[in-house]
Ligand binder design. Structure first.
Ligand SMILES: Nc1ncnc2c1ncn2[C@@H]1O[C@H](COP(=O)(O)OP(=O)(O)OP(=O)(O)O)[C@@H](O)[C@H]1O
Length: 260
């Protein structure tokens, strides 16, 4: 973790975002009036229908884009640009890996950029390659890996840089059901081991309930905002066959059916 960064909550205050400055549309705002505090070390889910602005909100937290109104902060510090303490994990691992570098070289890329010596780089990459279950595949290149393995490399590379905050944009959306389930389990294990703050975007209620401590529900746009927050008071690892899991599933499903 960057030495200068002290873990702190993410605060989103009355945030609005428009990409349309012509003001011709009825409401050009994708997001409007978004209020949220994500606590330090929390696993928070943003759940909402396709196109409601989940990725836009994640990009605002990342500092890749700026809000049109309102403020985002890390602790007291205004978020105005991207910082190393926040790392994004994208759905498409393919585009985030360097095809000419091996698994180990991909994982070590950020460490090399920081000037970390060879031996230390190898120790860190061994640790994270092991954590995501890719030991033995260090010398392979991305084109020799399955989709799930590529996603694991992306995760190991992000984790090797030790960011305090992981921003995950439907990272398992393109995986088959079995790989997805094993990655979800691994992510919970990694989060429990490394105590990071995670903001995870999904439109899958089951995934939200398997992973999150709290689930923020976003309304359909325009003017999308977080309308409700559900606590998920279930122990990890979560079991989809448990009645409490299904009760919560039904409550959230009902929420969307009602168009709330
Ligand atoms: N850079 C941009 N310029 C213009 N419009 C944009 C831009 N980025 C996003 N949008 C629009 O903002 C809206 C919300 O997009 P966003 O990708 O944030 O939604 P989402 O909830 O993540 O969708 P999905 O679940 O389908 O990935 C969409 O209408 C999209 O077209």
């Amino acid at each position: 973790m960057p030495e200068s960064f002290i873990p702190c909550p993410i605060r989103i205050e009355k945030v609005g975002k428009t990409f349309d400055n012509s003001l011709q549309a009825e409401s050009p705002y994708i997001l409007r009036g978004v209020d949220l505090v994500v606590n330090t070390g929390e696993f928070f889910i943003l759940l909402g229908p396709s196109g409601c602005g989940k990725s836009t909100l994640l990009n605002l937290i990342a500092g890749f884009i700026n809000p049109s109104e309102g403020i985002l902060r890390l602790g007291e510090q205004k978020i105005e640009k991207h910082g190393k303490e926040r790392a994004m994990v994208f759905q498409n691992a393919e585009s985030s890996l360097f095809p000419w570098l091996s698994v180990r070289e991909n994982v070590e890329f950020g460490l090399r950029m920081k000037g970390i010596p060879h031996k230390e780089r190898q120790r860190i990459s061994d640790q994270y390659i092991g954590m995501v279950g890719l030991t033995g595949h260090e010398h392979k290149f991305p084109q020799e890996l399955s989709g799930g393995m590529k996603q694991r490399v992306q995760l190991a590379r992000v984790l090797a840089n030790d960011p305090a905050i992981l921003l995950m944009d439907e990272p398992f959306g393109a995986l088959d059901a079995m790989t997805r389930r094993s990655m979800q389990k691994e992510l919970v294990r990694i989060w429990q081991q490394t105590v990071k703050t995670i903001v995870f975007v999904t439109h899958d209620i089951q995934e939200a309930l398997l992973l999150g401590q709290r689930i923020g529900i976003m309304s359909l746009g325009p003017n999308s905002r977080i309308t409700d927050i559900y606590d998920v008071p279930l122990a990890y690892p979560r079991d989809v066959t448990k009645p409490q899991f299904n009760e919560l599933y039904e409550i959230i499903e009902h929420h969307f059916e009602e168009g709330a």
